[in-house]
Design a protein around this ligand. Structure first.
Ligand code: UFG
Length: 353
């Protein structure tokens, strides 16, 4: 295959990474995966092999390993990188901040140094709606002010954005994800939380499948329509497709001055940021009802105390991504819930998770 179409996907065996690998292949790219298996499983590679019809190139390693990354770039010569590899648990980041700064910030710097040395100048970066904190107004726009980070994890995403905004040799698409849920419709890949899940949907599906005894709704006394927090849940396949749209925009050079690749030109846009959500906010109780309606299963839950650090309400203004990336979220809440449940049943059968 034409090596110009190779896309290096760090963290390509993770939740969002694996779905993006499938979408890249469908769009005619050749995904090359680097993953440390720190928070992912090698079984995902077999599932990807089945889904895309061939075994993708997979290098087991850490983005912090400069020698390894130099070898990957020299051998694979990717035209662009999608950088998923990062730690993502808010609570863990409070307990182990150095781990987060090392992996998420130093790992990014290491990757960038290698990219520069190997003349790879195009990057899609995984950011998060966490950069907005408790925003003054919703929906949040890309121009909504960034507030001080509520956790080391959030700080690493803000720092990542700052570093990338300052580069004058690399074209960057920075995607601020809202809450990814669901799974590939085949149920071959999905979210594989190691240990007790932190996030709502895996905790909910594990409760319904009997692995957990009940779901605790964290707080029922917020100033929202039903007292529970509001988020913008997005199907992981829609999120994966946003990465393909971002890669297509990078590679086409639209929006960027391709002649000013090496020399910084402040008048040239090298960095773009997009919200990637559906534009609709749902409360925790609405999610529970939607799950029950989509699957016919009953969710056993209780309202518990608030969870420290939770934002009350956030959802995305997606107009920029819709207009500039030409991307829209297509899958509704019903599909998100049905696919999440089918994936849980697959995991139960295969003794995964
Ligand atoms: N929730 C529950 N019970 C649970 C788990 C979650 O009620 O067992 C609630 C939370 O309180 C919140 C909502 O469900 O209101 C969503 O919580 P998640 O943990 O699924 O997601 P968050 O919005 O907290 O997390 C998201 C991303 C993270 C990111 C974080 C930053 O998934 O990667 O936003 O705020 F870091």
């Amino acid at each position: 295959m034409d090596e110009k179409r190779k896309i290096l996907v760090t963290g390509g065996l993770g939740f969002i990474g694996s779905h993006t690998v499938v979408c890249l292949q469908e769009a005619g790219f050749e995904p090359v995966i680097v993953d440390s298996l720190h928070n992912s499983r090698i079984e995902v590679l077999d599932a990807l092999t089945d889904l895309i019809g061939y075994k993708p190139v997979f290098i087991c390693g850490d983005v912090n390993d400069k020698i390894l990354m130099q070898g990957v770039f020299a051998q694979q010569k990717p035209v662009a990188v999608i950088h998923f590899a990062a730690h993502k648990a808010v609570g863990e980041s409070v307990d182990q901040p150095l781990l987060y700064y090392q992996n998420n910030v130093a790992g990014l710097l290491n990757l960038l140094e290698v990219m520069k040395a190997e003349s790879c100048h195009q990057l899609v970066f995984s950011s998060s709606c966490t950069v907005y904190g408790e925003a003054q107004e919703v929906p949040v726009k890309e121009s909504t002010p960034i507030l001080p980070a509520a956790s080391p994890y959030g700080a690493t995403k803000q720092m990542g954005e700052t570093i990338l905004r300052d580069l004058n040799w690399c074209r960057v698409q920075c995607l601020r994800y809202f809450n990814p849920v669901g799974a590939h419709p085949s149920s071959r890949i999905g979210e594989l939380p190691l240990g007790i899940p932190n996030n709502l949907i895996p905790y909910l599906t594990q409760t319904v499948s009997g692995i957990r005894s009940l779901l605790t709704v964290h707080g029922g006394d917020y100033i929202t329509q039903d007292g529970t927090c509001i988020r913008d849940y997005i199907h992981v396949m829609d999120l994966a497709e946003a990465h393909v749209a971002a890669i297509n925009r990078l590679i086409s050079g639209i929006g960027f001055d391709t002649n000013s690749n090496e020399v910084g030109d402040p008048s040239t846009q090298q960095f773009e940021v997009f919200n990637v959500g559906t534009g609709i906010g749902y409360s925790v109780l609405e999610i529970i009802t939607a799950f029950e309606d989509a699957t016919g299963e009953k969710v056993i839950y209780k309202i518990g105390p608030r969870r420290a650090g939770d934002i009350v309400s956030i959802w995305a203004d997606t107009h920029k991504a819709n207009a500039i990336l030409g991307w829209n979220a297509k899958r509704n809440l019903d599909e998100m819930m049905a696919d999440a449940w089918n994936w849980q049943r697959h995991c139960d059968k295969a003794s995964l998770g």
